[in-house]
Design a protein around this ligand. Sequence first.
Ligand SMILES: NC(=O)c1ccc[n+]([C@@H]2O[C@H](COP(=O)([O-])OP(=O)(O)OC[C@H]3O[C@@H](n4cnc5c(N)ncnc54)[C@H](OP(=O)(O)O)[C@@H]3O)[C@@H](O)[C@H]2O)c1
Length: 244
Amino acid sequence: MAGTILIYGGSGGIGAATARALTARGHGVHLVGRDVGRLETLAGEFGAGFTAGDVSDDALFARAADAASAGGALAGLVYAVGTINLKPVARLSGEDFLRDFSVNALGAAKAVQAALPALKQADGTAGIVLFSTVAVAQGFAAHASVAMAKGAVEGLTLALAAELAPKIRVNCIAPSLTKTPLAKALTGNEAMAKAIAELHPLQRLGEPEDIAPLAALLVSQEASWITGQIIGVDGGRSSLRTKG
Ligand SMILES: NC(=O)c1ccc[n+]([C@@H]2O[C@H](COP(=O)([O-])OP(=O)(O)OC[C@H]3O[C@@H](n4cnc5c(N)ncnc54)[C@H](OP(=O)(O)O)[C@@H]3O)[C@@H](O)[C@H]2O)c1
């Protein structure tokens, strides 16, 4: 079996799809999330281990890294934890900004720090994949807090890719609206989902399976000459304009 990949957000839409894609490629996976029932079900499906906890608890990171590596090497790390807290800037509190920053950006940094010794043991083959959003490359109303937090993730990606080269590669995926529990407030309303889908040159919303193959590729050795990249998986939303 190829080495184990530690997946924060492994109980979520994109994290679980990534775990499925990695398992199909012969990797072991170790899942992290809060929903113990869902983690148990998925761990059973993948023959995986899991660690339950909240990224607001600093003790989670060492627990997860230790459980996933079992004192040996880790082949990779995926941090697929996030928030969508959409409000006009006047209604965002300091706490909103801090919570979004903490879950999206600081959590990613802490996950990397805790896993670093085990990732370094992978003899120059380990990869890290972080998650941003299309709302960093494109400005959207009501996205100030999440765009600020994910902008920090993009900065973190580049800084870590430079600092950890040549031993560990670090890349970031920036999805547009994808049908997962995180986005349910938007995708659950049929009229709103259709209207947003039509804003994409490819005329539909994303599915977790649109994102997972790239996450699996980037974290694995098949991407051994790719580092420091922010890659949009977004139906063309960040860079194309097909009307007007
Ligand atoms: N879906 C989209 O439209 C979209 C768009 C742009 C970017 N993204 C990014 O893509 C990544 C994956 O998101 P997703 O759509 O797959 O979301 P999701 O289905 O809601 O999954 C989120 C995962 O993160 C875990 N999680 C959330 N808050 C946590 C916390 N405080 N402590 C520990 N675990 C926590 C969840 O655990 P439990 O479920 O077990 O609580 C779940 O495993 C995120 O970084 C997100 O920001 C998503």
